[in-house]
Design a protein around this ligand. Structure first.
Ligand code: AMP
Ligand code: MG
Length: 319
């Protein structure tokens, strides 16, 4: 999936720890063979290059994942939509980057979204309606792989484990032995600004700081707003904590596209996930978080108002 995987396992013995970490790696490799859009031999690639107009039934696991992605697209009002392949191409997001001309952008927009590819949310059946249309698994693939890998850790011999897949984490452990993870400043990767003590959950951050393309001095992020066909502005980052890694992955991307205000309002209405928004203005960092985030938040974001306006509003709603 074009990223790195790091695994730390604490187990009763070295061989058990090694076995558990190898299981994780194997599981991630297995998901990669299904989902990767970089690997021409993956199942996803076969579907993405399949005949236009002919419905394809993916294997059970992929069908399930695609149906899930479809659901996240629906509930996020298309802030998340994996059917953005044509726009990834138009902006050359996997290459040096290019700002598409008006015609190219229009064409790419037509070849994205529900009209370009239909995915049956019940069966996962996929039909491509346009040759330029393809499904980009980049917004949920890491989460899917993490979830599968996390399931393999549920053995009695594993005490604690931390999987880092391209910056998204799965923290396997117990309440009395949580993992401390740090959320970086959205503009300065090396600078931690918040500490979360987590266990039994996944932590996913979406932002424009790590990956972007630069064209004539202007930075464009790698996260696209499917509703406009343009990369989302580089406003900061959003970190999502959820017991379901795929949910954390997809919804971090969705909340990033929504932006800190609309994203916070949306997150507040979905208490199964916790979200932390870091907005990087000129010099100042503004943090806001959902009420549920407080259970993980140890060191609160520095150089920020601990309770932003949004947080206060939420507290009021809870009373
Ligand atoms: P993440 O880093 O998890 O936020 O995912 C970003 C990746 O997901 C990008 O590199 C694209 O491959 C893909 N992507 C970009 N924008 C979207 C979107 N709005 N919905 C779904 N996937 C997206
Ligand atoms: Mg994501």
């Amino acid at each position: 999936m074009g990223t790195r995987l790091g695994v730390v396992v604490e187990a009763a013995s070295a061989p058990e720890a090694r076995k558990a970490s190898e299981n994780v790696i194997r599981e991630v490799e297995r998901l990669e063979r299904i989902l990767s859009t970089w690997d021409p031999l993956s199942e996803m690639h076969a579907i993405n290059t399949g005949e236009v107009g002919r419905p394809i039934a993916p294997g059970a696991e992929l069908a399930f994942l695609l149906a899930e992605a479809e659901r996240y697209s629906r509930i996020s009002g298309a802030a998340f939509d994996a059917r953005i392949g044509a726009l990834v191409d138009a902006w050359d997001l996997r290459g040096a980057g290019v700002v598409p001309g008006a015609g190219a952008l229009l064409g790419a927009r037509k070849a994205t979204g529900p009209r370009s590819i239909s995915v049956d949310e019940r069966t996962g059946m996929v039909t491509r309606h346009m040759a330029a249309a393809w499904i980009d698994t980049g917004g949920f693939g890491k989460g899917a792989a993490l979830r599968a890998a996390a399931d393999r850790l549920d053995s009695a011999s594993v005490d604690r484990a931390l999987i880092n897949f391209g910056g998204q984490l799965w923290a396997h452990g117990r309440a009395d032995k949580p993992w401390s993870v740090y959320v970086a400043h959205p503009r300065q990767r090396q600078r931690p600004v918040a500490r979360l003590d987590v266990h039994g959950v996944s932590v996913a951050t979406s932002g424009a700081s790590e990956r972007f393309i630069e064209i004539d001095g202007v930075r464009w992020g790698h996260i696209l707003d499917p509703r406009t066909g343009r990369p989302s502005p580089a406003w900061g980052s959003v970190t999502v904590v959820s017991a379901d890694p795929l949910e954390a992955d997809a919804l971090a991307t969705a909340l990033y596209v929504m932006g800190p205000k609309a994203g916070m309002a949306w997150a507040a209405g979905h208490p199964q996930l916790d979200a932390l928004f870091l907005e990087a203005g000129d010099g100042a960092l503004t943090a806001s978080w959902t009420r549920g985030m407080e259970q993980w938040l140890i060191d609160r974001p520095v150089s920020s108002t601990p309770h932003s306006q949004t947080q206060k509003e939420q507290d009021a709603n809870h009373r």
